[in-house]
Ligand binder design. Structure first.
Ligand code: ZN
Length: 134
């Protein structure tokens, strides 16, 4: 994995788009995107953009962090249910662990982009922060 400075510059300050795929055959939605649907083996996947806001359903606090991520420790890994029902597992940032509440609104932000070298697919880069109240 590597970071592309050009990409960070282009998207700096922008709301991150949560790009997922939906299986045209059975309707399952996958984030991160998959090429083949694990449910029905179809390869007919279409791109969909997921809503950026969701509810925090559950989380775990990871004190053991992989090499290269140590300065971020501990990492809060949250299970977020987006509006529309798709669930995403991603780090929750800008919040102290004791402030986390089940059901709190969070929104996706772009903080740092790591790309899959072969296809330019963004593999990691989604983080959620507590959402501004509407
Ligand atoms: Zn399918």
């Amino acid at each position: 994995m590597r970071i592309s400075p050009a990409r960070i510059w282009r998207e700096r300050g922008a709301r991150y788009r949560l790009e997922a795929v939906r299986c045209r055959k059975c309707g399952h939605v996958y984030y991160p995107p998959k090429k083949v649907c694990p449910a029905c083996r179809s390869r007919e996947m279409e791109k969909v953009v997921l809503p950026p806001k969701g509810k925090l359903l559950a989380w775990s606090i990871e004190y053991t962090v992989p090499e290269g991520y140590r300065k971020y420790a501990p990492i809060v890994l949250g299970l977020v249910e987006l509006q529309g029902g798709v669930r995403v597992l991603a780090p929750i940032v800008d919040v102290r662990p004791e402030e986390l509440r089940k059901g709190m609104m969070v929104e996706a932000v772009l903080r740092r982009v790591y790309e899959d070298g072969d296809e330019g697919v963004i593999v990691y880069g989604i983080k959620f922060v507590p959402a501004e109240q509407d």
